[in-house]
Write a protein that binds this ligand. Sequence first.
Ligand code: COA
Length: 258
Amino acid sequence: MENVRTENRDGVLVITIDRPKLLNALNAQTVEEIGAAFAAARDDENVKAVILTGGGEKAFVAGADINELAQATPMSGKETSEKGQRIFHAIERFPKPVIAAINGFALGGGCELALACHIRIASEKAQLGLPEVSLGIIPGYGGTQRMARLVGKGKALELILTGDRIGAADAERIGLVNRVVPAEELMAACEELARRIMTRGPLAVRAAIEAVMSGSEMPFEEGQFLEATLFGLLCASEDTKEGMKAFIEKRTAEFKGR
Ligand code: COA
């Protein structure tokens, strides 16, 4: 891969979007490479969690590549949007935790990419926004939908209609990011969080992601049905028995993912 680097740090896969000269802007190739990195990680038993971040000092991802977007026709624009939506959807439904380490600008497609992750941790230097209307377009990688679901329609519309960038503290205040940390502590904070989740039952973590991410797109009753079904399935796992037994025996559970 040319624009995406991966590094497995003892079970935590760090995926770095790495086009720093263009602030990691997402051209078609980079979007494909992000998709390929997640596809490879999905069934890789040595990957237990993913951290997604941007290369260089300044940016997580400063949006779709505007040079490429400028060439779009109605049909190619629609295809670009649909392809990005598919890949970002696969990230959202990824069966292992995905943490966005937002190390700088997360604008347009970069903000949408962060929105598709399960948890967002931002450096205090981060700036987030959906500036597409300034270019005469709208967010096309799920941003109009995910932003409204995450922060509510009022705040989402304010961000989308103004195109304004907000700083990390404001992003935390409106619930766009989970937490803000000093820049130099960002990767350590994300890794600590990933490793904490990795000590929990992996099947339960997987089921919880599915219940929240798929369930929240269903009518409430169906979401509850999904929750009960996954709950029941877990009751048949060795991990569930081990988790309860370890609690009763006052020791740390040793989960095997079975
Ligand atoms: N697509 C293509 N190139 C981009 C880019 C993007 N989304 N964002 C930044 N770049 C390029 C710049 O053109 C510049 O290239 P150059 O050195 O060849 O001139 C380089 O990255 C560095 O960016 P620059 O604008 O000089 O940095 P800055 O610190 O002055 O400003 C931003 C940073 C993020 C505020 C500014 O680059 C910006 O507004 N980018 C576009 C954000 C956007 O609208 N994204 C949504 C796209 S749909």
